[in-house]
Design a protein around this ligand. Structure first.
Ligand SMILES: O=C(O)c1cc(C(=O)O)c2c(n1)C(=O)C(=O)c1cc(C(=O)O)[nH]c1-2
Length: 261
């Protein structure tokens, strides 16, 4: 058991709480996952990168649902205004704009059929369960825990930087254009994380609140880790693609004759 698993024994100062949150990220964030390391080191093939993009679309598509439910519980207009920018980042202001549309540029660039991607019917079971667990967590837990669960974004600029530069260096089937999703995240994520961290430091004052905040971040790291575990299990040798998940042989969602649903 590491330090971050030990229950809190005394109330932390806001800065001590931040230090503990950062320690959780250092140990549990997905920058350490073997699939992420393979992705950024150029060790995956086009099929494996496509499987990652296809599955991650589900995460992308659910983020605005969880942020919408969170906004619905914020009582201060100033906080709602700040949180609202997350919806705008992902949904854009018009058709074809925003993060979800930019993610589809990646799946298009990899040759995946758009209808298949948007249907999410060929994602891995564990992707679905992990992403839905995040949505349910934000809907059902306290506002403080819901906000704290977004704090993985403290660490995303680091992993995004390594991922994008590694992918551009190693893979000829992606480009700066198809990876355009990530460029705005490098400014959006720090802005969002700073606001969430400030909220948490001001509102998690009791021991039980601080414990809940730390646990929320650990939970969220597990949500991200599980998604990469699932990809590793399905698509990295020996590779066991679950029935119904994208097999890597076809680009589209049309089921081949004789293929299991
Ligand atoms: O590329 C990444 O590794 C990564 C990680 C995370 C994260 O840490 O949850 C997010 C994103 N990207 C991202 O693009 C994004 O919009 C996002 C929203 C959230 C959230 O929990 O509200 N996390 C993340």
């Amino acid at each position: 058991m590491s330090d971050i698993d030990a229950p809190l024994r005394e109330v932390l100062s806001p800065n001590e709480l931040e230090a503990r949150l950062r320690a959780i990220g250092e140990q549990r964030y997905h920058h350490r996952h073997p699939f992420q390391l393979m992705l950024q080191n150029g060790e995956l093939d086009r099929r494996q990168v496509s499987a990652w993009a296809l599955n991650r679309y589900y995460y992308q598509s659910m983020i605005p649902l969880k942020d919408g439910s969170l906004i619905g519980r914020l009582e201060e207009p100033a906080l709602r205004r700040e949180w609202r920018s997350r919806l705008e980042d992902h949904d854009g202001h018009a058709e074809g704009e925003g993060g979800i549309a930019r993610w589809l540029m990646l799946t298009d660039g990899l040759g995946l059929d758009r209808e298949m991607v948007i249907s999410t019917r060929r994602i891995l079971p564990a992707t679905r369960f992990a992403v839905e667990a995040y949505l349910h967590f934000v809907r059902e837990r306290s506002l403080l825990e819901a906000i704290a669960s977004s704090l993985t974004e403290l660490f995303s600029p680091m992993v995004i930087g390594q991922r994008v530069s590694g992918m551009l260096q190693h893979y000829d089937f992606v480009s700066a254009e198809t990876l355009a999703y990530f460029a705005p995240r490098l400014t959006q994520a720090p802005r969002d994380a700073e606001m969430a961290l400030d909220y948490v430091k001001r509102h998690a004052l009791r021991l039980d609140q601080q414990q809940a905040v730390l646990d929320a971040l650990i939970f969220k790291c597990q949500v991200l880790w599980t998604q990469l575990d699932a990809l590793q299990h399905a698509y990295v040798a020996p590779g066991q693609v679950p029935p119904g998940a994208w097999d890597g042989e076809t680009t589209g969602g049309r089921l081949q004759p004789g293929k299991a649903l």
